[in-house]
Design a protein around this ligand. Structure first.
Ligand SMILES: [Zn+2]
Length: 424
């Protein structure tokens, strides 16, 4: 049985140019106009836009250990609804994938429960405790996508250098949540203007940027691929831009929320606005947008971080950091930047597909004959309001409730199989 996706337009062509895509054995086998049916199951595209399935290299699925926040099943279903077909799961679970046994446990859970492709990170230190390094070679052999202690920064420069040296030998990336613990001062939001108005402790920008500057020099010394998670400050953008010019192998991601919101959007002491790194100032927002456009920042990742409503009700000081991202990322950015004419549709989709695949050498993110049929069909005209009660994610913690968007995924195919359909 094969499938024929009819009357779509490819994201890098124009909507006047409707095409059909034939899918067989999980792959795209033919793209053309008015293809013969030949007994195929027909999926009617109704003139919608077809893009490669989205790729998100920074997500928290919470399982094992945090199943009240999210499970691999609920998280991957939410991701599929958001148009994603490949996601990379951060290792701050319990247990942490820090040994062969623990990463194999994660692999088994993914095998059993994921509806799309999940590539697990392995940690840099045992239990992400920052004290004892893991065996990177073993973890690579057992399926680690890359190495990170996301959620916490690697505090010791020597430990980071040794990790980078080992990772370079293995041709693997070191991925870093950059935060110097001696500069956090118990902060819950950006050390700027709004935290003073609300009387809340701030996290200074330098807590992030100083780690990035250090790590860039370490990566240069080690000859490693160093990838910076969720860049949030203008100083971070500047040091990454300088490092790229100097030829250091550094890449970086930015989240939708840091591209769309600042500290000034935080209306009150409500932890639905609390994430790490925090929403920064106006100049930071401008620098992130500029950095994405000039290639300093390579692509967009959500940092999907679900929490329960009870946890998030505790107020800024006590609640955990993080917001959900899968089910809002594309419509928000499409509506804000593409519809307004700041970005082209192709730019946005490349930042969700081709760019992360190029950075991490993944064989996904393109639509061509012979490629895996990881695809998302996008309705670029119907307007809908973001309503967390409709999320498939267990996490309803988003600051974007009530925002009107267009650009909604209506059908997601993973290896040619339907993993999300608006009709379901
Ligand atoms: Zn992080």
């Amino acid at each position: 049985m094969h499938k024929l996706l009819r009357n779509i337009w490819l994201y890098d062509e124009t909507s006047q140019n409707l095409k059909d895509v034939r899918i067989q054995d999980g792959k795209i086998v033919e793209i053309g106009q008015k293809l013969e049916v030949n007994g195929a199951e027909i999926i009617e595209g109704n003139g919608s836009c077809l893009a490669p399935g989205f790729v998100d290299v920074h997500v928290h699925l919470r399982e094992p250990g945090g199943e009240h926040k999210e499970t691999i099943e609920s998280g991957t279903k939410a991701a599929a609804k958001g148009g994603y077909t490949t996601i990379c799961a951060m290792p701050n679970t319990r247990p942490v994938p820090d040994t062969i046994k623990n990463i194999e446990h994660v692999n088994e859970l993914i095998e059993k429960n994921a509806v799309i492709r999940v590539l697990p990170y392995a940690s840099i230190t045992i239990r992400e405790a920052g004290k004892e390094r893991t065996n990177l070679a073993e973890l690579k052999e057992h399926g680690a996508f890359a190495f990170t202690d996301d959620g916490v920064g690697i505090q010791q420069a020597g430990m980071m250098l040794e990790t980078m040296q080992d990772a370079a030998k293995l041709n693997m990336a070191v991925v870093a949540h950059c935060e110097d613990n001696t500069l956090i001062y118990g902060g819950a939001m950006h050390e700027g203007i709004r935290n003073k108005e609300l009387g809340l402790p701030g996290i200074p920008s330098v807590a992030e940027s100083v780690h990035i500057a250090r790590d860039i020099l370490l990566a240069e010394a080690a000859g490693a691929h160093y990838h910076v998670c969720h860049v949030s400050t203008k100083e971070s953008v500047r040091v990454i831009r300088d490092a790229k010019r100097a030829g250091v192998h550094v890449t970086a991601e930015v989240t939708p929320h840091h591209l769309l919101l600042t500290e000034h959007d935080i209306p009150e002491d409500d932890a639905v606005w609390k994430m790490n790194p925090p929403l920064r100032g106006n100049e930071d927002l401008a620098a992130l947008r500029e950095g994405l456009l000039d290639g300093t920042l390579d692509f967009i990742a959500t940092d999907h971080a679900p929490h329960s409503a009870e946890e998030k009700a505790a107020g800024f000081k006590k609640a955990p950091f993080g917001i959900t991202g899968f089910e809002t990322a594309f419509p928000l950015l499409y509506t804000h930047f593409v519809k307004n004419g700041d970005w082209t549709l192709k730019q946005l989709i490349d930042w969700f597909t081709k760019k992360p695949c190029d950075v991490f050498d993944l064989p996904y993110g393109s639509i061509e004959e012979g490629a895996i049929a990881d695809l998302v069909l996008l309705d670029l005209t119907t307007e809908q309001v973001i309503d967390p009660t409709t999320f498939l994610s267990k996490g309803k913690n988003t600051p974007f409730t009530g925002v009107k968007c267009t650009g909604w995924p209506v059908l997601t195919l993973f290896g040619g199989e339907t993993v999300f359909s608006e009709q379901q």
